[in-house]
Design a protein around this ligand. Sequence first.
Ligand SMILES: C[S@@+](CC[C@H](N)C(=O)[O-])C[C@H]1O[C@@H](n2cnc3c(N)ncnc32)[C@H](O)[C@@H]1O
Ligand SMILES: *[C@@H]1O[C@H](CO)[C@@H](O)[C@H](O)[C@H]1NC(C)=O
Ligand SMILES: *[C@@H]1O[C@H](CO)[C@@H](O)[C@H](O)[C@H]1NC(C)=O
Ligand SMILES: *[C@@H]1O[C@H](CO)[C@@H](O)[C@H](O)[C@H]1NC(C)=O
Ligand SMILES: *[C@@H]1O[C@H](CO)[C@@H](O)[C@H](O)[C@H]1NC(C)=O
Length: 335
Amino acid sequence: MVLSFTHGIILGFAAGFILVLVILNESSYSLSFVSRFTKINLYQRSNIRRMINTSYDDNQVFVFPDECPLVRAYLDVVRDTVCGLALRTREHTFGYDNQIHPMDINQRIKGLDWPLIGVTMIGQKRLINIEWALRFVIANEVSGDFIECGVWRGGSSIFARAVLKALNNKDKHVWLADSFQGLPKARTKNDNDNWSKMEYLKVSLEEVQENFRSFNLLDNHVHFCKGYFVDSLPRCNISQIAVLRMDGDMYESTMDQLFNLYSKLQLGGVIIIDDYAITECKRAIHDFRSWHNITDKIQLIPGDQIGRYWIKGQNIEVQRNRYIPLISSTKHYTQ
Ligand SMILES: C[S@@+](CC[C@H](N)C(=O)[O-])C[C@H]1O[C@@H](n2cnc3c(N)ncnc32)[C@H](O)[C@@H]1O
Ligand SMILES: *[C@@H]1O[C@H](CO)[C@@H](O)[C@H](O)[C@H]1NC(C)=O
Ligand SMILES: *[C@@H]1O[C@H](CO)[C@@H](O)[C@H](O)[C@H]1NC(C)=O
Ligand SMILES: *[C@@H]1O[C@H](CO)[C@@H](O)[C@H](O)[C@H]1NC(C)=O
Ligand SMILES: *[C@@H]1O[C@H](CO)[C@@H](O)[C@H](O)[C@H]1NC(C)=O
């Protein structure tokens, strides 16, 4: 095709106009991303503009442009396998009455039942939230690792490792902190001893490692901090945290995590509270936030009723004097 001079000029202008539109669109996209999540300018890093916003289910997952489509397929399979959904009618629920019941898929999606075979009880929606959080910190170049405190059979940490591996992330490690023998007795009157009696919640380190191996995901990027949080977390050799996932049910377990780990959570990092629906856990969250004047917005997890998260937008100085009464073995109440 031969173009006249005029045609050339018009085409040139049109191409330039489209280019300007694309640039404007990209920058407004990144700006709306910023305002939607937080005020701090950390999110203005340029690589956010390389991301594509796709809507996955009722959650938004940010997909990297160089990502192989099989990543999505692989993560869908791992996610629905660790929570037992993929097993469908072969999976069952371990009832609070100690009896085995057929699984209700809608309960499992929201993590409202106890799996018989599945290796995580958090359900599909909170697993999606883990993937979202990891993609969020990678996209925003938040340094540090993923840690879950309270891992049970390890399934949600297995999924976290799968996400990082599938995204070919080499620098983020996965840490699992647990007693690997269930919940402790109460140290203070903030909790009771009921949790410590639940045999179903006692899972050994060896069993968790075996679960990792069955997904071929036990490698040198996976670390374990064994012991009751009050002793193990001060010794846990994690230096920077990008995603802190808290799942220890009790007031004291939640406080042990916050006092020992919150200062390691990087700005722009994500803190996930699995047990916000449990009165003691919720109270610990609100006590810690008010003692430290934390105002970062507590967010709902789409499709889920139990969990919450927030993005760390302000550094605080941890008030250790508030923790001392919680460590001592004499039973007293903090308030
Ligand atoms: C509800 S389960 C965690 C569920 C798990 N996140 C999942 O994906 O299925 C609670 C876990 O927290 C652990 N845990 C609670 N409080 C603890 C503490 N103070 N020290 C150590 N482990 C604790 C228990 O051993 C148990 O494995
Ligand atoms: C991302 O996609 C969702 C769903 O299509 C849309 O509601 C939202 O506004 C988009 N966000 C941005 C920053 O483009
Ligand atoms: C502990 O468990 C017992 C027996 O299941 C129950 O009666 C009691 O109310 C529980 N205590 C608390 C404080 O929840
Ligand atoms: C703890 O971490 C540091 C820095 O990552 C490392 O040099 C050291 O060997 C680790 N110590 C243990 C006991 O794992
Ligand atoms: C929290 O805010 C109050 C009121 O402004 C102030 O008195 C207190 O020192 C603050 N606490 C911390 C830990 O920043």
